[in-house]
Design a protein around this ligand. Sequence first.
Ligand code: GDP
Ligand code: MN
Length: 401
Amino acid sequence: MNIHEYQAKELLAKHGVAVPIGVMATSVDEAVAAAQSLPGPIYVVKAQIHAGGRGKGRFAELGPDAGGGVRIAKSVEEVGEDAREMLGNTLVTVQTGEAGKQVNRLYVTDGVDIAKEYYLALLVDRGSSRVAMVVSTEGGMDIEKVAHDSPEKITTITIDPDAGFIDTDGAKAAETLRLSGGLAEKCSALCRSLYDMFVALDCAMIEVNPLVETGDGELIVLDAKISFDSSAEFRHPELEALRDPSEENPIEVEAARHDLAYIKLDGNIGCMVNGAGLAMATMDIIKLNGAFPANFCDVGGGASKEKVTAAFKLILSDPAVEGILVNIFGGIMRCDVIAEGIVAAAKEVALDVPLVVRLEGTNVEKGKAILAESGLRIVSADDLGDAARKIVAEVRESEAA
Ligand code: GDP
Ligand code: MN
């Protein structure tokens, strides 16, 4: 689960990390009142969407010359003008895709005098099975570009879970950022607080970009992105209130209700698969045949007919889907149960796109018979390669028609 910047900063402040003061606003009046409550005289008006690159982003409705999603305002009036332009409009950034995201909330913060911008992130490093701290002097900009062009400017510090965060971890971070004296101490303390918070809240990532050194020698978090490990959500009911459903894909929300692992992707071939490994292989082979998957949908090892029906409906509810590939290995799950689910769902939703089904495993003959006798136009495939070729060809044909 992702949260907004203003929520991330509230959590950071609670855990002893320095952030600029600010107030969230959902209307122009609230934004003006927010600015009036801040010391000023410089304010920053920041669009709250679950995507980065807001500063360089542009509003679809305003044209290229208007400001982006992070604006410096020199008066309370200017805050009001910025809020009026931003609220309700669509911000397009490198991370939102072309469709952009509607801005429904703003964060009005006190302007900070920036001397230097740094990059600092904590994440779970699967290679070392540890929390890793990624530190760089190249803050504020696109870290992916830094990683690509000058990887030597990025230092990774892995934290030993037994020892926890130790002084040398903090010292390494400070050294990477070329900080000394009081600033180095502040850096160590900040890193320790971030690590403690990361562990306490079961975070998946805390990304601070930029971390800034201010003109008067403070170290503060100017922008923060936090996401939580969804497998640990049950341990943190208090975080549920931070969820913003308008930022989540409605199909993914519905899938979670049915305990389905569903992830929306950019292509046009819907996939229904059991098991994550098979899902990966299915997506790969679709790509190998020159098309792209519209989703990743794993119904799991022991799905019921109802679950298969729900998955099928979800896949079809995505208007981008122009064909469906069902690829199921019946191990724990029986192929006839799958087939019944597919037939029931296809009838219920009046299937109007090509459907290719590849079944293998327990009761495969029974399953194929159910599909064949259904009266529905279902293309049967014998193996993974055959299935991928058939669905790609079917979709191309219906596109041409
Ligand atoms: P992002 O574009 O979504 O990553 O949003 P950020 O919050 O990181 O803001 C982008 C950039 O705006 C930062 O890297 C800063 O250069 C600038 N910025 C944001 N807040 C302030 C501020 O309080 N003072 C100044 N001078 N610049 C700021
Ligand atoms: Mn940023």
